[in-house]
Design a binder for this molecule. Structure first.
Ligand code: MN
Length: 264
């Protein structure tokens, strides 16, 4: 089996019990390890992650259990870690500690005979100029250099507060499906199909579960999240992809081309 999970947002200030949340993710990782040939973490695993020039003992102590679980998972199967828009400030520390393979850009790869396009998804197909500007700023080495100079306690306080403000907005108004013309990732995949065909597009970022088939028969899957919906994706060796929910049966998904598919 190959597993895909994104948007866990570990450490978020809006979690009622952040330790329990971390443990729930660790339990799922352990379950996946049983039959996984690979685990793909598609971004925003952490609600905020910054590797400063100084040691950040508090941060590392807080996430010691999940760091250890990632190390163990990576010793049993391939573990791929894609940066998201909350945990993009990875500069090699986590990779060195755990043995996960970091990805700083989307990846096209053959998995069980399926051509797969994998990415967190932020910025792809986006027409939101403010978001794109901020994204370019956050990815720029100059502001990164200055942020990394901050004392970790100060930088983290600001970073987690910033991240929590978007989580709070979202909990008040859960993100909704905008329709195929307005969903950036659908538009992105549609354009991508014109130059290169992939069988599967797997994304995170949107915090909603979605399966959508393009006329080229490419299937787009958006994974949901692991703080409210607790969903993740599974690709079986026969090339069948499904969305599942932790601790429950498979979740209902909607085929937006009109056929509603419910798994029980
Ligand atoms: Mn996210």
């Amino acid at each position: 089996m190959i597993y895909f999970i994104s948007d866990i947002h570990l450490g978020s200030l809006v979690m009622a019990d952040p330790e329990l949340h971390q443990q729930r993710f660790i339990s799922l990782l352990r379950k996946m390890e049983q039959d996984a040939t690979a685990i793909y973490l598609l971004g925003d695993v952490f609600d905020f992650w910054m590797e400063y020039y100084w040691p950040n003992e508090r941060h590392f102590a807080r996430f010691a259990p999940v760091i250890e679980a990632l190390r163990e998972a990576a010793s049993r199967c391939e573990v791929h870690y894609f940066i998201g828009n909350h945990d993009l400030w990875m500069f090699g520390w986590l990779e060195k500690q755990t043995g996960v393979k970091m990805h700083y850009a989307p990846l096209t790869v053959d998995l069980y005979g399926k051509r797969c396009f994998l990415a967190h998804g932020d910025g792809l197909g986006s027409r939101d100029r403010l978001f794109l500007f901020l994204r370019a700023y956050f990815h720029h080495p100059v502001p990164q250099f200055f942020y990394r100079l901050l004392p970790p306690a100060l930088g983290d306080r600001f970073g987690y507060a910033w991240a929590a403000s978007s989580r709070r907005k979202e909990l008040a108004h859960p993100l909704e499906y905008l329709g195929e013309k307005n969903e950036d990732l659908i538009r992105f995949a549609r354009a991508h199909e014109e130059s290169e065909h992939c069988d599967l597009y797997i994304f995170g970022h949107r915090h909603l579960e979605l399966s959508f088939m393009l006329p080229s028969r490419a299937n787009i899957h958006i994974l949901g999240d692991f703080f409210r919906q607790y969903t993740y994706g599974v690709l079986s060796p026969d090339g069948v992809f499904s969305l599942e929910q932790d601790g429950l049966q498979e979740v209902e998904t909607e085929d937006r081309n009109g056929v509603s598919v419910a798994f029980m």
